[in-house]
Design a protein around this ligand. Structure first.
Ligand SMILES: [Zn+2]
Length: 401
């Protein structure tokens, strides 16, 4: 029902009886809506149709109609008459959407419940984003490759949504993507390592090129934080993590399979702990292999024949459960993994000081793979020789550090 700007029916006795909305209610509604249509998000305090004008195009629409009359959209919904002109029962809309909700009601669309839900969602969003300090920016780094035939989209809106709803919230900045309008590091065109012998060599070059831009941005103080979205083969992710380094803070995001908020971490969920053990011991302390079983199981017998009885083999795994697909659904679980991994790396530094290369076998989600590179200390800790399953047997893919 048109409440503020409609001139339709003006002069009818019903319209004349209608109480104008109070300035307090109007102010509350415009502030809570951020001056935007609560359905299409159009900014309603200006018009650029015939040149630019400051102009209030907003319409304050009743969710439950203002009057009890049958002609009043959703007017028959049980709500006391004196509450109908309160801000909780109003939405700020553009003219088109105001018409849409009032017309669509005839089809049973846009029920009171749905409109209330949409209003609450929008108002919570406006309050949340306007509370984020303006300097809370994060530079988006996306690495996208093929994983055994699959490619996923990591769109700008998905990144934006994930960083805005992370804690602490940050505005996504696509500085590295400014000229190309695509993802920052796209390795999908390389195919897969099984069919491209130069795959990992090229991956390294592409990542190195992008890291140069990031380093320059950090040096010029244009980049103070990174948000990393990775979907690629494991060795590529480990390499990216290592090259990103720890000069500025980085938040790692990971795609989850369960719902539409693909790149959001679960707000609440089980916290998984991790532990490591030595599953094969050898007096040749310089020979070290590490199996990381987080989402799947790599067995001792699956390792290449060269990793023989002369190796010390460590296993890093979830505490108290078998590895499974949803081991790491929360940031807290990722942090637990990173702590266990760093403890193990520190142990190798002391007990296996003479080793200069650790053979690494990962069955892990993307953020864990990136963390394995990110948390490796340059120079002080050994080189990681990262293996990839191609397609059944493990082969050395690339080395980091
Ligand atoms: Zn609209």
């Amino acid at each position: 029902m048109k409440a503020s700007t409609s001139k339709k029916q003006a002069g009818t006795s019903k319209e004349a009886q209608r109480k104008a909305l109070s300035p307090r209610v109007k102010q509350l509604l415009y502030v809570r809506a951020g001056g935007r249509c609560q359905l299409c998000q159009d900014y309603l305090l200006e018009s650029d149709e015939l040149g630019y004008y400051e102009f209030n195009r907003g319409e304050m629409a009743h969710i439950v109609g203002q009057s009890l009359a049958v002609t009043s959209p959703r007017g028959d919904f049980p709500l006391a008459k004196e509450l109908r002109d309160e801000v909780e029962n109003l939405m700020l809309l553009c003219a088109r959407d105001h018409q849409t909700i009032d017309k669509a009601i005839e089809n049973g669309d846009f029920t009171v419940e749905l409109l209330r839900e949409l209003k609450q969602e929008r108002e919570a969003h406006i309050k949340h984003v306007t509370g984020i300090p303006q300097n809370h920016h994060t530079c988006i780094v996306r690495l996208v490759g093929r994983i055994r035939g699959n490619i996923v989209q990591v769109t700008r809106p998905e990144c934006n949504s994930a960083t805005l709803h992370h804690h602490p919230a940050r505005f996504a900045n696509f500085a590295l993507d400014y000229h190309r309008q695509g993802v920052e590091i796209d390795i999908t065109a390389l195919g897969e390592p099984e069919e491209n012998p130069a795959y990992y060599q090229t991956v390294k070059l592409l990542i190195d090129r992008e890291i140069q831009l990031i380093r320059q941005g950090i040096e010029r103080s244009e980049i103070a934080h990174l948000s990393v979205f990775g979907f690629a083969r494991i060795p590529a992710l480990v390499y990216l993590g290592f090259q990103l380094g720890n000069k500025v803070g980085a938040t790692l995001f990971q795609r989850r399979r369960v719902d539409a908020k693909h790149w959001h971490w679960l707000r609440e969920g089980p916290v998984q702990h991790f532990e490591w053990e030595l599953i094969q011991s050898s007096p040749q302390v310089e020979r070290v292999a590490l199996i990381v079983n987080v989402t799947g199981c790599i067995h001792r017998w699956e390792l290449p024949a060269a990793i023989d009885d002369t190796y010390n083999i460590f296993l890093l795994k979830p505490t108290d459960v078998d590895p499974h697909a949803d081991t790491v659904l929360t940031v807290e679980s990722l942090d637990q993994f990173r702590q266990a991994y760093r403890r193990l790396m520190a142990h190798l530094e002391i007990k296996h000081k003479s080793t200069n290369q650790v053979h690494l076998f990962l069955a892990a989600p993307t953020a864990v793979a990136i963390a394995c590179g990110l948390d490796l200390m340059p120079h002080a800790q050994p080189t990681l020789l990262v293996y990839d399953r191609m397609p059944r047997e493990f082969a050395a893919a690339l080395s980091v550090n």
